[in-house]
Design a protein around this ligand. Structure first.
Ligand SMILES: [Ca+2]
Ligand SMILES: [Ca+2]
Length: 393
């Protein structure tokens, strides 16, 4: 698709009427300045039409509006490193780049910066680079951000200190939704590795693997494997687990989302196997909050008391949304659980911490050492937030 620079139909505000010296190169390459449609096109740019433009200065014959007149034969020019042209978007908009057709771009290779601002005072540099040797418009991109103005600052070129731009436009950005401020952590494995987590507890790297199938979300999930005898931390039971040091403070309240799949051959004898737990920072006693499989059921324990169970269904993703108030007090702390999109456990008060301790998250598989069959569990889409809307699909 061709994006031709659009003619600007509105009256533009120009910040200068200064008369500077003439660009010594402006007449050196006659014949190269004839506009063609292909030269006016800018790929990878959904052009925004500025409502006004200001410049740091300009030759009287080459004002800033010349960079917006849809004509490659006209240009904005100013002498001096740091000369800038600055476009007002009229309101705050998402921008992700600038398309620029440089005057004499085949011979003048410019060093330039792109900056954006919300308030017109504080500018953030979002790009720095050089143009290719071309008269055609080039698009220079950066991660989408919200801005009121886009500034192009020219720091000289390979031949002189003139800034000369035939046409330029800001490019619209489609802002990828950033995590809401209340999302405090993602552990969805979409980095393609384990780096979202604090550390691993595994006997070897084949026990906690990133896989591309099955996945519940995105392109990657975690495959946790436990074989009899796996004991990476010289403790009771067999395990391989991811650790996230969440350290939720007493009286804090969080929402968690994740999905777990037990494959069709997952063993579930009549003994405990934890797949998600909030472990206390102390070393003795059972973790305050545990999700387990035992004898064909998924069971949630709070301080070792069963508070919910459902039959284990293998080969499907179990989607959990878990709401916890962390407290060592059984009248203050609570758990609340959604499973497969339904509220299955309304607020249930229980002590979710030990007094004087905090908890941290462990995900993978941790089971009674008597189980001989290899166990595999898949985990994906972990997210920790402060509100239900953070974690609900
Ligand atoms: Ca022009
Ligand atoms: Ca994922």
């Amino acid at each position: 698709m061709k994006n031709v620079f659009l003619l600007v139909g509105t009256l533009l505000t120009i910040g200068t009427v200064a008369c500077g010296p003439q660009d010594p190169l402006s007449d050196e390459v006659p014949g190269l300045l004839t506009s063609t449609e292909s030269e006016l096109s800018a790929s990878n740019c959904t052009q925004l039409t500025p409502t006004s433009v200001i410049v740091s200065g300009s030759e009287s014959s080459n004002p800033g509006t010349n960079a917006l007149d849809n004509n490659l034969d006209t240009r904005w020019s100013n002498l001096g490193k740091g000369s800038f042209i600055d476009f007002d978007l009229g309101s705050e908009k998402s921008v992700s780049g600038a398309a620029i057709a440089w005057h004499l771009g085949t011979t003048q290779i410019n060093n330039f910066l792109l900056q954006t601002t919300l308030d017109g005072i504080n500018y953030t540099q979002v790009y720095s680079g050089r143009n290719s040797a071309t008269l055609a418009a080039e698009t220079y991109t950066f991660p989408a951000r919200t801005a009121r103005r886009l500034r192009i600052s020219v720091l000289g070129n390979n031949l002189n200190n003139w800034a000369s731009i035939a046409e330029a436009r800001p490019c619209a950005g489609s802002v990828s939704t950033p995590p809401a401020a209340s999302v405090v952590w993602r552990g969805d494995f979409e980095t393609g590795n384990l780096t979202q987590w604090t550390r691993e507890q595994e006997v070897s790297a084949d026990r906690l693997q990133i896989v591309t199938s099955p996945v519940r979300q995105g392109g990657y999930a975690l495959k946790a494997t436990v074989k009899q005898g796996d004991d990476p931390i010289d403790a009771s039971g067999n395990r391989n687990e991811m650790v996230r040091l969440t350290y939720e403070p007493a009286n804090s309240e969080y929402y968690y989302r994740w999905s777990t799949m037990f494959p069709s051959d997952f063993p579930s004898p009549a003994t405990w196997q934890l797949f998600t737990q909030w472990h206390h920072t102390g070393s003795s006693g059972s973790p305050p909050v545990e999700f387990a499989v035992n004898n064909g059921n998924i069971i949630l324990y709070c301080r070792s008391t069963e508070v919910w169970r459902t039959p284990l269904v293998r080969g499907v993703w179990n989607d959990f949304v878990f709401h916890v108030k962390w407290s060592p007090s059984s009248s203050t702390g609570f758990v609340e659980l959604y499973h497969q999109g339904r509220l299955v456990l309304p607020k249930r008060y229980c002590a979710t911490q030990f007094s004087g301790q905090v908890n941290y998250l462990k995900v993978g598989l941790y089971r009674n050492s008597s189980i001989s069959q290899t166990g595999v569990v898949y985990h994906d889409n972990w997210l920790m937030g402060r509100s239900l809307s953070d974690v609900m699909p």
